[in-house]
Design a protein around this ligand. Sequence first.
Ligand code: XIL
Length: 361
Amino acid sequence: MNRLTRRRFLQGCLGAAAVAALPGAAFAENSEALPPLRQMALRAGIEYGAAVGSPHLKQDPAFAAAVARECGVIVGEYETKWSFIRARRDEWNFSGTDALWDFAGRHDQSLRGHTLIWHNALPNWVKDDLNAATAQQLMEAHINTVVTRYLDAIATWDVVNEAIYPSDHLENGYRQSPWLVMGADYIEKAFRLAHAANDNATLIYNDYGVEFDARKADKILSLLRRLKDSDTPIHGVGLQCHSGNGEKLDLRGLNRFCRGVADMGLELQITELDIKDTRLPDDETERDMLVAERTRAVLETIFAVQKPTQLLTWGLSDQYTWLLDKKMNPSGRPVRPLPLDRTMRRKPMWLAIHDVLRQAA
Ligand code: XIL
């Protein structure tokens, strides 16, 4: 029996879960014969992809090959944020997003835009300049310039990111964002500007925590309803799904949120899935299984209500994850939050995503 047939035989009789329980090397060896995630996603009528850093694509051929193989869509981890594009008042730096556009073009991938208006990744000069008199002009110039430049490259934008944060105790659960100087309707204005710049683009409101925090989920739903009621050009909501580190999942709340989104006729996107595992056991095989199970639980809950139009992980390989940053992981413990390990081998999390996509086809 040749290797491929043996593998298929093993896969068939052991089943995905059993294969996923195999130790890393054996698991990877048995999963490599399966079609890539981008292909499974396409069969399900959606796009799978990942956030990538353009330098990693340039410097690491194995990583670039894995991104090309597995991803049908990519998004810049930071290249399309203000901090990269607008580092200085009189400068526009599109080199990072252009590099991603080039890579996506060479690998038949779509490119996602993240993000136009956010309280984070704002250069100091913007924070200095931003006030009630300047905000509209700053927002308009940025959105017009960036969205127009990528008219033929970026068809989906995270227009506003993380605007809801009930712990700031503002009306409607708004976050104390620098953009609030424009008034609470800064969100609607951002969507209208993005639509005016590209009326073909899919415009998304992106946020995190709906799988843990029912209060925050309700505030996001109310925001979406207000935007819809004011005929704001919004097409969907992005659930970041940073779903790890042992926080108690509220899958009923997640189901309720997804039903609310569907009732409004909005599309759902999963935009930044990863499973921070620093509170899980050290044993890698056990940890990988728990990460895979949590991935499956979140995805199956969402897919049961509405198939997302895009499913992205926030990174593809454990080699390049923001969760290695000291501020995100002060202990410096190795993390395994993504579908591929540090050597680009497929992990149980990869198989969990593969399985959900297979069932959705
Ligand atoms: C993160 C990047 O991955 C980090 O490299 C950067 O230091 C901080 O921002 N939610 C988001 C993303 O919408 O833009 C954030 O990306 C992760 C949380």
